[in-house]
Design a protein around this ligand. Structure first.
Ligand SMILES: [Zn+2]
Length: 179
């Protein structure tokens, strides 16, 4: 019996760590401290109900929008770019730069734990895919040809993001404190 309980406890604790992520959130226009949160898991039918077709095509089917077509490419307002699937803050306007690629580009995440990196060998290329850490939504890819201070270029699809503008008098958004 005791052995059974120990085994059960191990299974439950493993399930817990696999089902949760430590992330920062956006509350009242500011980033919170990192907290552990459950991952958001929905069925394909639920995602189709929740998302516009173009958002579904990127977030849930790893599609790529055509360059120079995304609605957030030229956006220069202060604010946060949050996941179109679960509203997790992913990038701040302070990290956005003009890459010339035709896709919204950022040189860093608001918090490393909010964006998951996965090696992607599809289409005969070795790339690093980026996904929302909470809902697993496909965002784009990250490359090592970006500007200082990180040298990274997070190449995003506008359809994967929702822009949250800050109130006019708020300070320019920065980054979450380092872990
Ligand atoms: Zn998400």
């Amino acid at each position: 019996m005791l052995r059974f309980l120990i085994a059960l406890t191990c299974v439950l604790s493993m399930a817990n760590s696999a089902d949760s992520v430590t992330v920062v959130e956006l509350k009242d226009g500011a980033l919170t401290a990192p907290t552990a949160q459950p991952k958001l898991v929905l069925s394909e039918a639920e995602w189709r109900k929740r998302l516009a077709p173009e958002a579904f095509a990127v977030l849930r089917a790893s599609g790529t929008e055509r360059p120079f077509c995304g609605g957030l490419l030229s956006n220069k307002k202060p604010g946060y770019y949050v996941c179109g699937g679960c509203a997790l803050p992913l990038f701040a306007s302070a990290a956005k730069f003009e890459s010339g690629t035709g896709w919204p580009s950022f040189n860093r995440e608001v918090y490393k734990g909010n964006v998951e990196r996965i090696s992607d060998n599809s289409h005969g290329m070795e790339r690093v895919e980026i996904r929302c850490a909470r809902c697993g939504g496909h965002l784009g890819h990250v490359f090592n040809d970006g500007p200082a201070p990180t040298g990274e270029r997070h190449c995003l699809n506008s359809a994967a993001l929702t822009f949250v503008a800050l109130p006019p008098k708020a300070d320019a958004p920065g980054d979450a404190p380092a872990k």
